[in-house]
Design a protein around this ligand. Structure first.
Ligand SMILES: [Zn+2]
Length: 156
């Protein structure tokens, strides 16, 4: 690791991350996928009513990037509303929202930030080992990393 992706800063993660139009059989249902930062862009601009410049600053991105993220989000929401598609909210590069974990056997998975605050992961969802540690950000004295049994692991 050691490589740090460009994280967009978000301060809100929707609790409900799936919206489905009524009356459409699952087999015929199409989905649009909104990233968490796209939702954040809409929240800042359209719910909080901030100027684009402020929104961009809050998300720690350029104004051009913000405009692109916002337009993409609006286009997807319009597509979902007008074409009766489901909306799934997931993914993206955002700070604080997800932390990636790895177990001693090498399985990796993401834990949503909010879920992590409420109930930090105790074991690997794949192999159930309790030898797990967060991959990013490295060095936080948080969770189960840093105990004796993890000694020798390379962090980050
Ligand atoms: Zn595992």
């Amino acid at each position: 690791m050691g490589r740090q992706p460009l994280w967009r800063r978000v301060s809100f993660i929707p609790r409900i991350n799936y919206f489905k139009p009524a009356g459409i059989p699952l087999a015929h249902l199409q989905e649009v996928c909104l990233s968490v930062e796209e939702v954040e862009a809409i929240r800042l601009k359209d719910i909080e009513g901030l100027e684009q410049e402020e929104c961009a600053q809050k998300m720690n991105i350029s104004r051009t990037t913000f405009a692109r993220v916002l337009n993409s989000a609006r286009r997807k929401m319009a597509d979902a509303l007008l074409n009766a598609k489901a909306i799934r909210i997931e993914g993206g590069n955002f700070e604080m929202a997800m932390r990636r974990f790895r177990c001693i056997s090498g399985h990796e998975w993401n834990v949503p930030f909010e879920a992590m605050i409420n109930t930090p992961p105790q074991s690997c969802p794949t192999c159930n080992t309790e030898s797990i540690m967060p991959l990013w950000p490295p060095g936080l004295g948080w969770g189960r990393g840093g105990r004796g049994k993890h000694r020798g692991w390379r962090r980050g």
